[in-house]
Design a protein around this ligand. Structure first.
Ligand code: 5AD
Ligand code: SF4
Length: 476
């Protein structure tokens, strides 16, 4: 996890390492992941499949027999970064013509076989629902054939695959609970790259959480594009096809949260992402009931103006959103809240931008992830609306929003000074080897002297001072 919370791009690349497989096949894999937490979680599925095939990993792509890059398509910038990275792999391919380069994930799904035409270097293109096919696709590429599998599935949840935990700290791990998204927000490419929404069997989720706890992990984050629409009905059926009785017997998100919280009181539970149109009071009461479900909700708003929200097809108004915020404050008084905001969506006026700023003033978010609108192919907005806010206006609005968020984050952090925080230690602080860092339940980073503490410990820390986004203190 990053120590820095206020960002305007979430994309980063990271070489991911797996432990030695039982039966090594002598081949080396370089696996890199860009984009959201779901992509990192998917890379852990990919690593598991390839570990079973006998691959070891390397963090030097010049040494690799196979390079896989798990890609993001959410904004144009994310795709540009991947293309840039591909040109770097070219150097490795020059030295080793046998090298296989595969593109995985959302950009692969979006471009499909077009990728092979556009980037001669690429041998394999695999969408997010086709990772089980990777061994076949590699074999085919080894025979000199280009290989593509971008089939999306209505059922695939990889529920039976135990992810190989990559590049982690042994303290926190992601668990996917749903895949895909049925929401069709007008700006968003995800429904096209990740397909229809499906929920994963709760028993497999609870077992994964229990196994992680037994292995020493102390925090899990349940992942889905819209966790509130999680619904397990036994056969993965959709809500609209169920009788009232079947819905009564189904497992909802709040019930799932409770099951995971009950794995062990020492296991912290986080989740992302909540959707304002679907987040129920039930979920909030469950969070309030269990100390180990963290008091932190990521509730993307996207815009503070109802007309823009309607164009975005978000399914709520400004008032509805603010009502959800009131419900959070009422039911979980100590809860921190973060958002995603897009500036300069099609036809957004200056007044409507002011509405976003005034909504931020009303909520005073703890953290925020803010982006300039980037038109994506095939989306409703691309087909129906003009991307007519000039780039410089988008970026000026973005900097106003980022500046306001920095103020609010600093104010929220400051409120934590003088208080005692229960911190789950995640690792050694980037700035000093003598300091540890971790997070409190609100997800604020807390730094304090190491003494004899280690990652995975819970430590009560008295915060004595702060920077914009970090509390600084000492164990008591
Ligand atoms: N342009 C800019 N930001 C986008 N997001 C999704 N699609 C786009 C887009 N086309 C942002 C939203 C979403 C977050 C994951 O990325 O704010 O919540
Ligand atoms: Fe995209 Fe909207 Fe689904 Fe989030 S809820 S993944 S923004 S379509």
């Amino acid at each position: 996890m990053s120590e820095n919370k206020v960002i305007d791009e979430s994309i980063q690349g990271e070489a991911l390492m797996i432990e030695k497989p039982e039966k090594a096949n002598g081949k080396k894999l370089f696996l890199e992941s860009y984009g959201c937490a779901m992509n990192f979680s998917d890379s852990e599925i990919v690593a598991s499949i390839l570990k079973d095939e006998g691959y070891t990993t390397t963090n030097d792509f010049f040494e690799a027999d196979v390079i896989f890059v798990n890609t993001c398509a959410i904004r144009e910038g994310a795709e540009q970064r991947v293309r840039q990275r591909l040109t770097e792999y070219k150097k490795a391919k020059k030295g080793n013509p046998e090298l296989i380069v595969g593109v995985l994930g959302c950009m692969a799904e979006r471009l499909k076989s077009k990728f092979l035409e556009e980037e001669k270097l690429v041998d394999i293109v695999v969408g997010p629902d086709a990772y089980r096919d990777l061994p076949n696709l590699i074999a085919s590429a080894e025979d000199g054939n280009k290989a593509v599998n971008v089939l999306l599935s209505k059922e695939e949840t990889y529920a039976d695959i135990t992810p190989v935990r990559l590049g982690g700290n042994g303290v926190n791990a992601f668990i996917s609970i749903t895949r895909g998204c049925d929401n069709m927000c007008a700006f968003c490419v995800v429904p096209f790259t990740r397909g229809r929404e499906r929920s994963r069997d709760p028993e497999t989720i609870v077992k994964e959480a229990q196994d992680l706890f037994n292995d020493g992990y102390r925090e899990v984050t349940l992942l889905g594009q819209n966790v509130d629409s999680y619904l397990w009905t036994g056969g993965g059926l959709k809500k609209e096809n169920l009788s009232t009785d079947e819905i009564k017997n189904a497992t909802t998100f709040s019930q799932l949260l409770e099951k995971v919280a009950l794995v062990n009181p020492e296991l912290r539970v986080r989740f992302s992402t909540s959707h304002p149109k679907d987040m129920t009071d039930d979920v909030l009461y469950t969070i309030a009931k269990y100390e180990n479900i963290c008091s932190y909700i990521h509730l993307p708003v996207q815009s503070g103006n109802t007309r823009v929200l309607e164009m975005m097809n978000r399914g709520y108004t400004r008032e509805w959103y603010l009502n959800r915020i009131d419900a959070i404050r009422r039911i979980i008084p100590d809860c921190s809240i973060s958002m995603d905001i897009i500036t300069g969506f099609c036809s957004e006026t200056e007044e409507e931008h002011q509405d976003t700023l005034s909504l931020m003033e009303a909520v005073k978010y703890d953290f925020g992830y803010m982006f300039a609108y980037s038109e994506r192919p095939k989306t409703l907005a691309e087909r129906k609306y003009k991307d007519d806010v000039p780039a410089e206006v988008k970026s000026r609005r973005l900097s106003e929003i980022v500046a306001l968020q920095l103020e609010h984050s600093a104010m929220r952090t400051k409120r934590g000074v003088g208080k005692v925080h229960k911190v789950l230690v995640e690792g050694v602080s980037k700035k000093s080897k003598e300091q540890l860092f971790g997070r409190n339940t609100q997800s604020t980073v807390v730094v304090f002297p190491k003494e004899n503490f280690k990652p995975g410990d819970y430590v009560n820390v008295l915060a004595e001072s702060c920077t914009g986004a970090t509390l600084i203190g000492k164990a008591i």
